[in-house]
Design a protein. Structure first.
Ligand code: ATP
Ligand code: MG
Length: 455
């Protein structure tokens, strides 16, 4: 005669099967890692499943190998697991509301779990079994009692607990720890069996979610790169147009400037007309300089490479801005380590770099201040030359710092905003670099160039 299943046992099996189906459907329909962790732990602790009183989830950091506490859920914080009915009994799933997620996240227990990190490479029986052998740890088996995992569990104040690995594609992604501290109810064979089934599905779902996040990140960075490319192309088209315009404007300006210069010479120096003509000459000079900057920026500069001495270039720059320093009441301090400081580059363009930085510093200190220029090595083992130009002009607001090297970014009424863009471009063409930061009560620009042996 065939054995038949008693009705109570059959009802229990049906309940378990329904829970497993619901859990499986939930895992398949949830892709966000955060929500997934809440659903997994809520599923293990909710009143509808009555499996465990507390559940904690730790995920393994791939780089450090550490197990990082992600979430802890207790039956007090578990409310709100909704059953979303499907087309038939087997396609229903669970869902959880955002306010329940927030409540669970902010609970003291969850914060305690989140502040816990467990070293996964320690020699502990629990860790070895769960992380390395991918096997369930059942209550009563020995832990090492000294490692962070054992210490953590000891601090939770429980006697009986179980730990299940979250495994996907042969790798342990993390662990789930469960216990029953309020009732001290024993964790029996059926509970462990259930935990194992749920952890198996949760492992795959967590892996899918991590992969999905990675794909999303890659997609976002691809979209960024595409936007930068389109923006770059647009800038290049504008640059070409500006260069043509600048070129066409230069000739009439030279003519106007030339005639105004003649007027200045021919008019009596104390007349108002002389003063007007003189203003025209000065303003034309400024416009010419602006156009020269625009052209310099839009053209790909040809580098005339020679061995040049950075110390000499800096001294040349000091001479060029001596009157500006004097007019602004700025004291110049220089500290040059003993050289030689030779680099392979275009001395004219490198002078443009340092002069632009020094003039910016002067413009930042209209009422005087101090300019400190230093020259030295980056470090003993690197063949790099470091030039820093520091002023006491109040510095650059933090939100502006990322923008100052952008072409046309200026805060000055008469600036073109091309100075630092040109500096950056020249240094890139020389295999060098520049960084800006605030130091003391001003801005500090640090230029790095490659050192070259003088022949
Ligand atoms: N030493 C500095 N201290 C404070 N702000 C600075 C300093 N150097 C640059 N800046 C800021 O960076 C902006 C961009 O500088 P950049 O040299 O590119 O253009 P600009 O000086 O405004 O105009 P241009 O150099 O074309 O005359 C400046 O407008 C200024 O706001
Ligand atoms: Mg400038």
């Amino acid at each position: 005669m065939e054995a038949c299943t008693p009705p109570i046992q059959a009802a229990k099996q049906l309940d378990e099967l329904t829970i497993l189906y619901q859990f499986s459907n939930t895992m398949l329909s949830t892709i966000r890692l955060n929500k997934l962790t809440h659903l997994i732990l809520t599923g293990l602790t909710s009143g509808s499943t009555m499996l465990f009183e507390r559940a904690m989830l730790f995920l393994r950091n791939e780089k450090t190998g550490m197990l990082l506490g992600m979430l802890g859920v207790t039956q007090d914080t578990v409310g709100g697991l909704r059953v979303v009915e499907g087309e038939d009994a087997l396609s229903s799933r669970w869902d959880i509301d955002d306010d329940v997620i927030d409540h669970q996240r902010e609970s003291a227990f969850s914060k305690h779990v989140r502040s816990t990190r467990i070293e996964a490479s320690v020699d502990c029986a629990i860790i070895r079994r769960v992380i390395h052998e991918h096997r369930l740890y059942a209550p009563g088996e020995d832990g090492c009692q000294v490692c962070e995992a054992c210490d953590f569990i000891h601090r939770l104040g429980v006697t009986a607990f179980a730990v299940a690995p979250l495994v996907a594609r042969g790798k342990a992604l993390g662990i789930i720890v469960v216990d029953n501290p309020a009732s001290n109810k024993a964790i029996d064979h059926d509970d462990l069996h259930f935990l194992q089934l749920i952890a198996n599905q949760a492992g795959m779902a967590v892996e899918n979610s991590i992969l999905y996040n990675r794909v999303e990140e890659a997609h976002a960075s691809l979209r960024d790169a595409r936007e930068r490319l389109v923006h770059g192309k647009r800038l290049a088209a504008i640059g070409e147009m500006v260069a043509n315009l600048a070129h066409e404007l230069k000739n009439p300006l030279v003519t106007i400037g030339g005639f105004a210069g003649r007027l200045v010479k021919g008019l009596p120096s104390d007349s108002r007309e002389h003063q007007y003509a003189d203003t025209i000459v000065k303003e034309i000079g400024r416009l010419e300089q602006m156009l020269a900057d625009l052209l310099a920026f839009s053209r790909k500069p040809a580098i005339c490479c020679n061995i040049c001495d950075v110390g000499e270039i800096l001294i040349d720059c000091f001479a060029s801005c001596a009157t500006t320093l004097e007019d602004h009441g700025i004291t110049l301090a220089r500290s040059f380590e003993s050289g030689p400081w030779t680099t392979l580059g275009d001395a004219h363009q490198l002078k443009q770099v340092f002069l632009n930085l020094m003039l910016n510093a002067c413009e930042a200190m209209p009422d005087g201040g101090s300019l400190h220029v230093s020259l030295g090595k980056v470090s003993l083992d690197k063949k790099c030359i470091l030039v820093s130009i520091q002023d006491s002009g109040g510095g650059i607001p933090a939100d502006m710092l990322p923008k100052i090297f952008n072409p046309f970014y200026t805060t000055k009424p008469n600036g073109t905003g091309l100075g630092l863009a040109i500096v950056n471009r020249i240094l890139q063409n020389h295999g060098g670099s520049i960084e800006a930061r605030n130091e003391g009560n001003g801005a500090m620009f640090t230029v790095t160039l490659q050192q070259a042996e003088a022949h």
